[in-house]
Design a protein around this ligand. Structure first.
Ligand code: ZN
Length: 338
């Protein structure tokens, strides 16, 4: 079989003859950024310099720009693309398809001159992600081990809302998470009619503003450095403070604290400190979700991303459970092609 898809040792997901996703590759004229998380922006400066087109959704462009102020994402070769729009390049057609992960996240589907369909999931959560039906599929493998299953019999979102509501009676509640996930929690709380102010530092505020520009409705927001934010936090008044996970050691040490993370599989909620709980809210599919996606894609050749996560176990499980060809790339010994 000719070379249709592979993952390079630099983490570029190469699809068809022209597309490199989520890292720079000097053999490909097109670069696609599936979403604004840092491990998918690799080599973007080089792509902007050497590629003929750099494609991403409008929301991903705005988030990437907010998180990397020195990048110029306003000029060619950058092009923002809507979900479902077909881009033609040479004999290939390229389309971005929604992925349920963070704002703006996309999957990538290529159809080559011979009608072969090649898909790449990027990061995704199966619930809200349309499955790409394709011949060859590159799939993320973050929770690619059978030990990574979340079969809780409670709704984690409802649990999170009720935990925040309960703790607000004692004053400020701190929520720690990654960009994108924090804003998902904000939306969950607003949808559940939690109307207290949300307080956050500058960077989280900027990301939240981008989410609002793209349709999220997040109510009253205050900067932690403004007078109002100071008063709320210093007075331990009822509000929710949202901080990046990296700030966990430094802020809100005397308050009720909730960390949102996908790396929890046994309990929907676990106490991890005197006033601190971890809630298993993930923006990736668990193991069962990954297998289900691959099954529904009907792809006959699967490549698991072995650059951003340990793809070998998932490849083995796909072969065993679905009886289709599956390899992890890059291989530890170097690049392999399918
Ligand atoms: Zn991601």
């Amino acid at each position: 079989m000719s070379v249709k898809a592979r993952v390079t040792k630099n983490g570029a997901v190469l699809l068809g003859c022209s597309v490199a996703c989520d890292a720079f590759d000097d053999s490909m004229p097109l670069r696609v950024v599936t979403h604004a998380h840092a491990d998918h922006l690799s080599g973007l400066r080089k792509s902007l310099k050497f590629c003929s087109k750099v494609l991403m959704t409008h929301a991903t462009r705005d988030l990437a720009e907010t998180l990397n102020e020195s990048l110029n994402l306003r000029e060619a070769p950058l092009e923002t693309v809507d979900y479902g729009k077909v881009i033609r390049y040479g004999a290939e057609q390229i389309m971005l398809v929604k992925a349920d992960h963070i704002l703006g996240a996309a999957q990538v589907l290529i159809e080559d001159a011979g009608g072969i369909r090649i898909g790449y999931t990027g990061d995704f959560r199966i619930d809200g992600t349309p499955v790409l039906e394709c011949d060859i599929l590159v799939v993320e493998a973050t929770y690619g081990s059978p030990s990574c299953r979340r079969s809780f019999n409670v709704d984690v979102r409802e649990l999170l809302v009720s935990m925040v509501e309960k703790r607000l009676r004692g004053g400020t509640v701190y929520v720690f998470g990654y960009h994108g996930k924090l804003q998902e929690v904000m939306q969950l709380l607003r949808d559940a009619d939690v109307s207290v102010p949300f307080v956050m530092p500058e960077r989280v505020y900027q990301v939240t503003k981008v989410c609002e520009q793209h349709g999220m409705r997040l109510g009253c927001l205050s900067l932690s450095t403004d007078k109002e934010g100071h008063e709320l936090l210093d007075g331990n008044l009822p509000c929710v403070a949202f901080y990046h996970m990296n700030s966990r050691q430094y802020v809100g040490l005397r308050n009720a604290r909730i960390c949102v993370s996908g790396w929890e599989f046994h309990l929907p909620c676990r106490q991890i400190g005197e006033r601190e709980h971890l809630v298993a809210l993930s923006d990736h599919s668990d193991f069962d979700g990954l297998i289900e996606y691959v099954r529904r894609s009907k792809a006959k050749h699967i490549i698991t991303d072995n650059y951003r996560s340990q793809g070998a176990v998932l490849a083995k499980e796909i072969r065993k459970r679905l009886g289709v060809s599956a390899v992890a790339m890059p291989r530890n010994t170097g690049q392999t092609t399918l």
